[in-house]
Design a protein around this ligand. Sequence first.
Ligand code: HEM
Length: 400
Amino acid sequence: MSATSRRTALFCGLAAGVGGVAAAGCTGSDPAPVATTTASRAAGATAYRPFRGVHQPGIADDPQPYAAFVAFTLLGGSDRASLRRLLTIWTDDIERLMSGRGTIVDQEPELASVTAQLTVTVGIGPRVPGLAGAPAPAWLAPLPAFAQIDRLDPRWGQADLLLQICAASPTTLAHAQRRLITAAGDLVRLGWVQRGFREPFAGGGSGLPMRNLFGQVDGTVQPDVHGIDAGLLWVGDNGPAWLRGGAGLVLRRIAMDLDTWDRVDRGSRENATGRRLDTGAPVTGRALTDAPDLDAVDDLGFHRIDDAAHLRRAHGTAPHERFLRRPYSYDDPPEEGTLSNSGLLFAAYCADPARQFVPVQRRLAELDLLNLWTRPIGSAVFAMLPGASDGEILGQALVA
Ligand code: HEM
């Protein structure tokens, strides 16, 4: 059965099951690309990012302003064949959506025509390699507990599958999310959806720094993943063959207490990270990209970058203790009795989270001034699949 007929069968089956709602899309013919409106073109609507390649998009490329992390649980009875079916469908749909074409059963292809730099990146959780009969890397497991700081809510916990959807338009994002959730049909149960946003920091640096909701320039110090540090990001020959070219993702939902942060004076705020709030420069330097001087002392002999400052504690103590940070802010409706429900979708990507990420997180759990105002409430680890080359589906080497 070809990929197209397999998915047509699935969808027509689904459509029939719900009274033929989607039957219009079950002819097997592709909807024609739809002309983009002037208004949507104004927002860079036709800018698109390539889907195919050695790596999936959405990791090393510049973060778009909006993101949704969408988690799923595989239903009982899932196996390699059902996984292959799902990845075949998603590959086709993602490629279409990223190139501005509606999916086969798209009822709103006009929305798909606004590509807005859409990327969709697929990850799998710890249970999945076993279901596919493939070896799992040791790091693909929930993180160890960090009892000092973790206040994890199971609502934001580990899942089997992840879609990371990023775009410059929230409408494009919402449409892609909806299409991909419905495409998964009865193969999965939808878990959490975490939505975030970010704006590039206008003050310099690469595309990575942004301002988080504490007003800090965040995402400045990064490994050179396009150059000499590529091996820190992408799984290489020492990982399972199906994951080469992929990466680990640690996604932590970290609540930021804006109400108590509001009461902190500017000097103490800067002291908490060791960086200035205006330029993002280290308190020992002048420019954003100046290297912090961890040895500098003041007149009294105290370190100018506090011993408990986030910068000092997070700084890798070995060359491998580094990872790519691509955070998004969230600002959800306050829950009863609170004035804010805000924080960071802290997304860290690296080849081996146990070796690269965990030592840093352990250090921060032990001591970090930022802990006074931050609280991890969600945590999950995923293996982001390698990219799909021409003719391949995502996860080809896992489920073939
Ligand atoms: C809400 C939580 C957090 C906030 C608000 C925050 C904020 C910041 C800020 C403002 C910086 C300085 C600028 C930069 O280099 O990006 C920074 C640096 C950094 N953060 Fe965080 N961060 C948070 C959580 C974490 C977590 C959970 C980790 C890892 C476990 C982490 C790892 C790092 C690293 C590695 C650096 C760069 C350190 C260096 O200069 O070498 N951060 N963070």
